[in-house]
Design a binder for this molecule. Sequence first.
Ligand SMILES: NC(=O)c1ccc[n+]([C@@H]2O[C@H](COP(=O)([O-])OP(=O)(O)OC[C@H]3O[C@@H](n4cnc5c(N)ncnc54)[C@H](O)[C@@H]3O)[C@@H](O)[C@H]2O)c1
Ligand SMILES: *[C@@H]1O[C@H](CO)[C@@H](O)[C@H](O)[C@H]1NC(C)=O
Ligand SMILES: *[C@@H]1O[C@H](CO)[C@@H](O)[C@H](O)[C@H]1NC(C)=O
Length: 386
Amino acid sequence: MIHLLYKSSYVFVVFYYVIIPLGYLTKWWVSVEKMKGNSTILVTGGAGYVGSHTVVELLKNNYTVIAIDNNVNCYATGKDKPESLKRVEKITGESVTYYNVDIRDKEALDKVFKLHKIDSVIHFAALKAVGESVQIPLTYYQNNVGGSSTLFEVMAKNGVKKLVFSSSATVYGTPQFLPITEKHPTGQGCTNPYGKTKYFVEEILKDVCTSDSDWKVVLLRYFNPVGAHESGLIGEDPSGIPNNLMPYISQVAVGRREKLQVFGSDYPTVDGTGVRDYIHISDLAIGHLKALERMLQPHYTSWKAYNLGTGRGYSVLEMVKAFSEVSGRQIKYELVERREGDIAACYADASLARAELNWTATRDIKAMCRDTWNWQKKNPKGFQTS
Ligand SMILES: NC(=O)c1ccc[n+]([C@@H]2O[C@H](COP(=O)([O-])OP(=O)(O)OC[C@H]3O[C@@H](n4cnc5c(N)ncnc54)[C@H](O)[C@@H]3O)[C@@H](O)[C@H]2O)c1
Ligand SMILES: *[C@@H]1O[C@H](CO)[C@@H](O)[C@H](O)[C@H]1NC(C)=O
Ligand SMILES: *[C@@H]1O[C@H](CO)[C@@H](O)[C@H](O)[C@H]1NC(C)=O
C-alpha cells in the first residue's frame, strides 16, 4: 500500500514538474520554429532602402514575404514591381509577392489581409525627408500618422496584432545624455514634423497596446543606417540631392557631385564635425528578424523599444577619410556654417538589444564604406538602368 502510494505521488511529481513544463516548452519552441520557418510577414514600404534589405534577410530565413509599397520613393516603371524588389529576388532566388498599395487605402489593405494569412507586420512605409517635412507638414502627418493608424485598424480587424515599427533616434530630440539609452525621454525637443510623426506613432502604439493586451509591438529606434547589400545589387537610392552623409559622399566619389559641404566644424567633438552612430544596413535588417522572434517569447510585454546602433560614433571627417581609403578616391569637401537644428553628437547605448534581442552589429565602418562604394560603382544612377 505504502509502496503504491509512493509510486503514485512519484507519477504526480513527474507529471506536474516534468511533463507539463516540457509540454509548455515544446509548444513554445514549436511556435518559434514555425514562426522562423513558414510564417508570412507583411512588409509595408518593402521596396524602400531599409525594407528591401530586410526582405532579403527574411527570405534567407525562410519567411514568406508580402511587400506593399505605393512607389512614392522607390524606382518602378508604372505600377510594375519596383526594381529593388526584382533585385531582391535575384539575390535570394526567391519570389516576393508585391502589391502597389497605399497604406492610407483601407479597402486595398483589407484585400491584402484577406488574400494572405499574415502573421506579423513590419511597418516601414513613411515619408522621411526632414527638410521636406518642414515645408509640407500636413502631407507628412497624413501619410505617416494617418497611414499608420489606418494600417493598425485594418490589422486589428483581421486579427493580426504583431508589429515591428521603424522608429528613429530622432524621437529622443536633443540628447540629454550620451550614449542614449531607451530610457531617455522621447518627444521633447523633436524639432521637425518628420521626427514628430515617429514619436506620435510610438504613442499611438502604446495606447493600442493598453487597450488590447493581444497586441505585441516592438519599436526599433534606428540610428544612422548606411551601406548596402554586399552583392551591390541593392542600396540606398535617394532621388535628387541626398539628405544623408553617406550617399552624398559616395556621389562625390563617383563624380556625380563636385564636393561635400560639412555643416559645422566647431562642435565639441574629436575634430569639430558632427558625430553620429552609423550602422550597416544588413545589421539593421537582421535586427528586425530578431524583433520578430522576441515577440514570440513567453511573457513578452505588450510593447518595447530597442535602439539599433553600434554604440560608437564617427565624425563627418572620419567618415570621409574611411570612404576615401576604401574607394581610393579623393573626396573634396568644404567646411561651412552649422545647420540649424543639428546636434553635436548622437550615439546609442545598444546593450538592451544585445541582452534581449540577441542582436548586435557586426559590420564595421570599413564594411559600411566598402559596400556603399560597391553599390555606387555598379549603379552610378541608382536603380535607374537606362
Ligand atoms: N533611412 C534612415 O536613415 C532612417 C532612419 C530612421 C528611421 N527610418 C525609417 O525607416 C523606414 C524606412 O526608411 P527608408 O530609409 O527605407 O526609406 P525609403 O523611402 O527608402 O522607404 C520607404 C518606402 O515606403 C514607401 N511609402 C511611403 N509612403 C507610403 C504609403 N503611404 N503607402 C505605401 N508605401 C509608402 C516609399 O515608396 C518607400 O519605398 C521609414 O519609416 C523611415 O522613417 C529611416
Ligand atoms: C530554409 O529552408 C531550407 C530548405 O528547406 C533549409 O535547407 C534551410 O536550412 C532553411 N534555413 C533556415 C534559416 O531555416
Ligand atoms: C544568438 O544569436 C547567435 C547568432 O546570431 C546564435 O548562434 C545563438 O544561438 C543565439 N542565441 C540564442 C540564445 O538564441
